[in-house]
Design a protein around this ligand. Structure first.
Ligand code: ADP
Ligand code: MG
Ligand code: MG
Length: 922
């Protein structure tokens, strides 16, 4: 039997049968437009008679080097006959002509595909017949000139300007403001002129035979699948090249038949806010693309209620019907011909993140979809959108069009920021605090002493550094938009200016950065702030909480972050990095002293001075997290990180020595000598602390073993704080965690210190507190000896950044700034393992570790506190492995809640998401 290349719009059941029943496959066969037209016919919505030529026909045509597959043309002619029967008109009949449109339509809507050609079937004879039939010569010549124009530009590739210029000239001649004012005569002349243009460009006459028109149009659609624009788009969007496009041939209905006719487009709900109210535009006495082309001013759909109340009511009913059927907001195209409404297209409508959330929640409450589906419909990116200021969409597009985009760097911390450039932290802070200016802090790279400026700034821009650079980490932690590693950026701190690709920007000039996209613009771009407390988002996330099994905690080092994270739904602190607290100006000197001294008594003194600060920090955290667990990690980084940089020190020292040579008073000599001594002392210490590989050196638990007093001080601070707050009537759950454990004996020795000190404090304070003791898991050995560790640890927390580094044996900074780019580019690694957990290696170790640990201690709490805790794919993996919780930065908490729910829901119905995306009709 011959293959079926053509399906009438009322043959959707046959198509379904042919592909085995799945709606997604129907769409693949008939294209999105064709499948949805057929579906509308099936549910009794008025669609003009038509048929669809399958994507298979297109593919066969293309692979055969441009021949119609056997039987296709016959099937087309047969289908045309059927359209004639259904419509009562005949293709090419001068007395009673049938006209059709030819429309492309792939599985996914796609720019670059061939534009629609309307009014196929018109020629001099049928035009005459149509005039007799309608008594409306103006309408007929309007349709005819459109056919010549569309056929000319779309099928034959004649530049559209050639036609448009002629229309303008014609309007001018006729003294008409819009096309609507052109007379039948004007339009008849225009049709002739267009035929002349056609001849001029193609050296052939406009094809007058309707069959020739139809066949050429169909072939042009087939060929457009391999057009450059379509291929480029598919490459960019990751759409397969072998899908092919379908061709839809649809009986023309006319919106340009007079003032009781119109054409329009609409969304069944507001695409910007999500409000449950139709929005749309229409044009009276117009055809097709006029509405979107912006040639004439369109009318608001609301107007239709007064203009044609019956049609409006009918349309509203159809819109509801379609929404209920597809269970999603629809984007529809329609035409009214002499008071009769026809639907010409439906598909699920594009929407902003806000609208997506509101529509999903509303639809669940209208019982159109389930709450599970509502949660599954929202993407992590859409939730993330609510957490940062964003550029206004139109303003950004305008800026790009104007060419004010300067460069693209690494998008390390999302959100948009606009401000004046400040090249150092003090100035940034001064401008922001004293003069209330919006500032973007721009540095080659940032250091701990820059943090006050970064906090005061709206955003951060650096020319160096990668995703784990100081700037990136601080920016993410504090939710500051940041773009780093903009290599084209040349900063001249002395001249107080920077240049990007020959453009000079001076300190105080305005720039705009987008940390979501990594884009840098000169000038100001308008921003808008979506609201995290959006009622619909809150509701959606509360539904998500009901579905997820993973807990969600936050990484927070200060009460303010803790409170914010709690507001966002965090269920505890998964990681408090105590070392961040030391960087504050009042504390750093004590820490320096502690590091510099060799005398135990001096070290004691320094630690005693630090204790009250740490205690205060913890008090704030415990209060903020009332009733929720707080994991504090004892000091982790190598000590040299707290001291000045070696290069800087030697530089300062040389500087001082030169000044000494030129000193002209004894007093000056004295002070300089003293300064030189101090610096030299620090430099010596820094040199002594120098390690060839600090990442694998004296850090983590090794510090506490080297300097037990440090552990004692930190434990005391934690427990004094916990006792104090508990006495206030607040519920405290301290959990103390050790970093970089590789051997069980490390754990045992530190646990001893902890227990002695904790008991002591609780005794002094006269109160008992429930606490947990646990370990980070961040080297492979720890995962392998998890059964030993679990005997002494009540919880595990995966530090997946270090675990990834040590599993791969690569340092993140070196990898990301260097070879990893090539690895990913050439497909040696599918993605950056520091951004998304490596399932096969690191994930396997984690799974093994959890299994071994829980075999010893069945209630072992296992979590993750690396940056991966906020990454959607990594969260799914954590769910699979059976972790207790993920912990991430406050701003990722809402995203993690959603992703954890997705992971749990997909466990139950792995097809849920796919089913929704293809909008399976019920
Ligand atoms: P696109 O994919 O660009 O939306 P369409 O194939 O939907 O292209 O066609 C664009 C417009 O042309 C439609 O919105 C509709 O207004 C008009 N159109 C297409 N086919 C017909 C038809 N058979 N009768 C009347 N108008 C039509
Ligand atoms: Mg359309
Ligand atoms: Mg670590």
């Amino acid at each position: 039997m011959q293959k079926q290349w053509v399906y009438l719009l009322d043959e959707v059941e046959q198509a379904e049968k042919a592909v085995g029943g799945r709606w997604d496959d129907v769409r693949a066969l008939l294209g999105g437009k064709g499948a949805n037209l057929a579906e509308m016919v099936r549910i009794g919505i008025p669609v003009p008679p038509g048929f669809t030529i399958t994507t298979q026909a297109c593919n066969t045509y293309l692979s055969s080097g441009g021949n119609f597959p056997e039987g296709l043309w016959d099937q087309v002619l047969q289908a045309v006959t059927e359209l004639e029967r259904q419509s009562g008109h005949t293709f090419g009949d001068p007395k009673n002509p049938l006209l059709v449109s030819c429309r492309s339509g792939a599985k996914f809507s796609m720019p670059g595909m061939m534009d629609t050609v309307l009014n196929i079937g018109l020629n001099d004879e049928t035009a005459q017949g149509l005039i007799e039939m309608t008594g409306n010569a103006r309408f007929v010549y309007d349709s005819f000139r459109r056919l010549v124009q569309m056929f000319g530009s779309v099928v034959m590739g004649i530049p559209d300007d050639a036609f448009e210029e002629r229309i303008s000239a014609c309007r001018l001649d006729a003294g008409a403001a819009t096309d609507a004012e052109l007379s039948a005569e004007n339009l008849q002349q225009l049709t002739d002129a267009f035929k002349g243009i056609f001849r001029h460009y193609t050296h052939t006459d406009f094809p007058s035979h309707p069959h020739a028109q139809l066949k050429m149009a169909i072939e042009a659609v087939f060929k457009s699948w391999n057009g450059k624009r379509a291929v480029d788009y598919r490459n960019a969007a990751g759409i397969a090249h072998d899908l092919g496009t379908a061709v839809n041939i649809v009986t023309m209905v006319f919106g340009n038949l007079g003032n009781d006719s119109l054409t329009g487009v609409a969304l069944t709900r507001n695409g910007t806010t999500g409000e449950n109210r139709m929005e749309g535009d229409y044009l009276i006495n117009a055809q097709g693309e006029d509405v979107v082309a912006g040639i004439r001013r369109t009318l608001d759909l609301v107007q239709l209620k007064t203009d044609m109340p019956d049609i409006h009511a009918q349309f509203e009913q159809i819109a509801r019907r379609l929404e209920a059927h597809y269970r999603d907001m629809q984007d529809v195209e329609f035409t009214v011909e002499k008071g009769k409404l026809w639907m010409l297209q439906t598909r699920s409508g594009k929407r902003t993140a806000q609208a997506a959330v509101r529509i999903a929640v509303d639809m669940a409450e209208e019982n159109l979809i389930t709450r599970q589906e509502a949660v599954l419909r929202i993407t992590p990116e859409q939730v993330d959108f609510f957490l940062h200021p964003q550029f206004d969409r139109e303003a950004r597009a305008a800026a790009k069009a104007k060419g004010t985009m300067l460069a693209i760097g690494l998008n390390v911390s999302p959100g948009a920021a606009v401000g004046i450039v400040a090249f150092d932290a003090d100035l940034a802070e001064a401008w922001a605090k004293n003069e209330h200016k919006a500032v973007i802090m721009v540095r080659p790279e940032t250091r701990p002493d820059d943090v006050h400026g970064m906090l005061a700034a709206q955003g951060i821009l650096t020319s160096r550094g990668g995703r784990t650079s100081h700037a990136a980490l601080v920016a993410r932690q504090f939710g500051k938009p940041a773009v780093v590693g903009v290599a084209e950026l040349n900063i001249d701190i002395k001249q107080r200016q920077m240049s990007i690709n020959h453009e000079i920007i001076k300190e105080g000039d305005w720039i705009s950065i987008d940390g979501t996209a990594g884009e840098v613009f000169s000038g100001r771009i308008a921003t808008m702030i979506p609201d995290i407390m959006d009622a619909w988002l809150m509701k959606l996330l509360s539904w998500a909480d009901g579905f997820r099994r993973l807990g969600v905690r936050t990484n927070a080092d200060n009460p303010e972050d803790a409170r914010r994270a709690r507001l966002y739904g965090a269920e505890g602190i998964g990681l408090c990095r105590t070392e961040h607290m030391f960087f504050e100006a009042r504390r750093l000197p004590h820490l320096h002293k502690m590091i510099m001294t060799d005398l135990p008594i001096e070290r004691r003194e320094a630690l005693d001075a630090l204790l009250p600060f740490q205690r205060e920090d913890f008090i704030g955290l415990f209060r903020a997290m009332d009733g929720l667990p707080v994991i504090t990690r004892l000091i982790d980084p190598p000590l040299h990180e707290f001291l000045p940089d070696h290069k800087e020190l030697s530089h300062d020292l040389t500087d001082l020595k030169i000044r000494l040579k030129h000193a002209d008073t004894l007093e000056k000599v004295d002070t300089l000598l003293q300064q030189i001594n101090e610096k030299a002392h620090i430099l010596k210490r820094v040199e002594r602390l120098h390690e060839s590989n600090p990442m694998l050196g004296l850090r983590g638990v090794r510090l506490g073993i080297q300097l037990p007093e440090l552990t004692t001080m930190q434990v005391r601070a934690i427990f004094e704080a916990a006792c104090t707050v508990a006495k206030e009537g607040v519920e405290v759950h301290p959990e103390v965690m050790l970093p970089l454990i590789s051997h069980v004996n490390e754990l045992i020795s530190q646990r001893e210190i902890l227990e002695v000190e904790a008991k002591k404090v609780m005794h002094e304070q006269g109160i008992e507190i429930d606490y947990k003791f646990g370990t980070m898991i961040e080297v492979p050995r720890a995962t392998l000896v998890a059964h030993q560790l679990a005997q002494h640890a009540e919880f595990f927390s995966f530090g997946t950044n270090d675990l990834t580094q040590t599993t791969f044996g690569m340092s993140r900074d070196d990898a990301e700034a260097g070879f990893l780019i090539r690895y990913i580019g050439t497909g040696i690694m599918p993605e950056n393992p520091f951004a998304t957990l490596d399932r096969d290696g690191v994930g396997e170790l984690m799974a093994l570790c959890v299994q071994k640990g829980r075999a010893i201690r069945s209630d072992l709490e296992c979590g993750i506190c690396g940056e991966h805790g906020g990454d959607p794919k990594s969260i799914a993996l954590c769910h699979e492995i059976g972790l207790t919780y993920v912990s991430c930065s406050p701003l990722r908490v809402p995203v993690a809640r959603l992703c954890a729910a997705h992971a749990a829901l997909q466990d139950h119905c792995s097809c849920a998401v796919e089913g929704i995306q293809s909008a399976m009709p019920v």
